[in-house]
Design a binder for this molecule. Structure first.
Ligand code: MG
Length: 449
């Protein structure tokens, strides 16, 4: 795990690692003690991974030993827990045990603030100081924390329904196929779609931490079953979630995958138009098609480093009308300053209903670019960052290196959650994108050799 090896415990999305090897129960216990030292009442939830109950129980033991009370929500989508924490004034924070989109052997632990946002970099650093110096509270026998359980689902689904035009959706009798990838969204997202009046066909919608059918990341290569079922059942839309259902990706009514950046551009344009302008926040890794769509709608793009906590934080700072990442992680500020896959699915249905067009028609307003991504093993992120600075002194070095050209750009950055370097390239033609990707790949190989 990149961040743990690099000496920093918290990556862009909390602590991540292979369960029981890199992320152990001892670490989970101590991370729980950190949270119990910082906050007195904490909601805890987990995804459906095989190692999640083990780590969740260690986390709960840690929080309560430091004197914090725990509200155990069981299996919940990450945004389900985040909304619960935001909605309950007496709950001061949250912990989610999840590795999101990572492969099945991984797990992770993520801290949530009282407003439902993920911890900021500064809060992670404070937590890490307590963790490393072991300056935890230790409650005496009469003041150890207690464990309660509660139901988040009704609260969460009602909130989403209140923030969308459900009447418009209900009139349309959409047929949708939902693929939760056996992850944490299995019970909430199909239920939400049914309550919106959709004819719902669910696949991979039972909890199974072995992920028997597909990898938890809802990228095009992993959702071929969804594409087939959409075609076979003549559905209006296919929806896929990652392992903790804070991301959603889509398949159109023809059974074709819709690019994540295109969905982001479409939704950003919808929000900017509705607001009559305003700021839109996204990481430097997002496609130029998003910037084009936002500018055309009269909005302004604010770029950040990669990682949803910094996008959410910047959205609050600049009072953004919308924000999100080009991986299906969209942030709806009227709901939660965090990604939410179920909310995203409902908003796409709202857009289809309001505009009265199928999704394949809606996306035609988004300008076409060719995007290519690849990744390469990178065990030493410090060496890569230093090399990039030397190799590309004029690049945008906000996060890795983004090198812009008139007809395209390339971004090279070490992952915050895995020991790899990611290379993104985009061009107005496929050849240009390929040329830029090869250039980026060769630069990384040269730096790491
Ligand atoms: Mg996720």
């Amino acid at each position: 795990m990149g961040r743990i090896e690099a000496g920093s415990l918290f990556g862009t999305d909390g602590v991540r690692g292979v369960a029981n090897v890199e992320l152990t129960v001892e670490m989970a216990l101590n991370l729980g003690k950190v949270m119990g030292t910082l906050r007195k009442r904490v909601a805890v939830a987990m995804d459906a991974r095989l190692s999640s109950p083990m780590l969740k129980n260690a986390v709960i033991a840690g929080v309560t030993s430091a004197g914090g009370d725990v509200i155990d929500l069981g299996i919940a989508p990450t945004p389900g827990l985040q909304y619960y924490v935001k909605a309950k004034p007496e709950v001061e924070g949250g912990i989610v045990v999840t590795a999101s989109h990572n492969p099945k052997e991984y797990n992770g632990i993520k801290f949530i603030q009282d407003d439902g946002r993920e911890f900021t970099r500064e809060m992670d650093d404070e937590s890490e100081n307590i963790y490393k110096s072991k300056t935890f509270n230790r409650a005496d026998w009469s003041s150890v924390g207690q464990v309660y359980s509660d139901e988040f689902r009704r609260l969460y689904l009602d909130e989403i329904r209140a923030k969308i035009d459900e009447v418009a959706i209900q009139k349309k009798d959409f047929r949708v196929v939902i693929d939760c990838g056996n992850g944490a969204g299995c019970e909430t997202s199909p239920q939400l779609l049914k309550e919106l009046g959709c004819d719902v066909i669910s696949i991979n919608c039972h909890f199974d931490g072995r992920f028997p059918v597909r990898n938890p990341e809802p990228v095009e290569d992993n959702v071929s079953m969804l594409m087939e079922v959409v075609r076979a059942k003549s559905a209006n839309l296919g929806i896929a979630h990652d392992g903790d259902a804070d991301r959603a990706t889509f398949v159109n009514e023809k059974g074709e995958f819709v690019g994540e950046d295109i969905i982001l551009a479409l939704m950003a344009k919808y929000y900017v138009e509705k607001s009559g302008g305003g700021k839109f926040v996204t990481p430097v890794s997002s496609s130029r098609c998003v910037e084009d769509a936002v500018k055309e709608a009269g909005g302004e793009v604010v770029y950040t480093a990669v990682g949803s906590p910094v996008v959410a934080e910047t959205m609050l700072k600049v009072n953004a009308v919308f924000g999100g990442e080009g991986n299906g992680g969209l942030i709806f500020p009227e709901h939660l300053h965090a990604r939410d896959g179920a909310m995203c699915a409902a908003k796409i249905l709202e857009l289809m209903a309001v505009e009265g067009k199928p999704i394949s028609e809606l996306v035609k307003v988004v300008p076409k670019y060719y995007t290519l991504k690849t990744k390469v093993q990178c065990r030493d992120r410090i060496q890569l960052l230093k090399g990039l600075k030397e190799e590309f002194p004029d690049a945008n070095l906000m996060d890795g290196a983004r090198i812009d050209y008139e007809d395209g750009w390339v971004l090279i950055r070490p992952s915050g959650t895995e020991p790899i370097a990611r290379i993104f390239a985009e061009g107005k033609t496929e050849d240009k994108a390929k040329e830029l990707l090869d250039m980026g790949l060769n630069a990384v190989k040269k730096i790491l050799s």
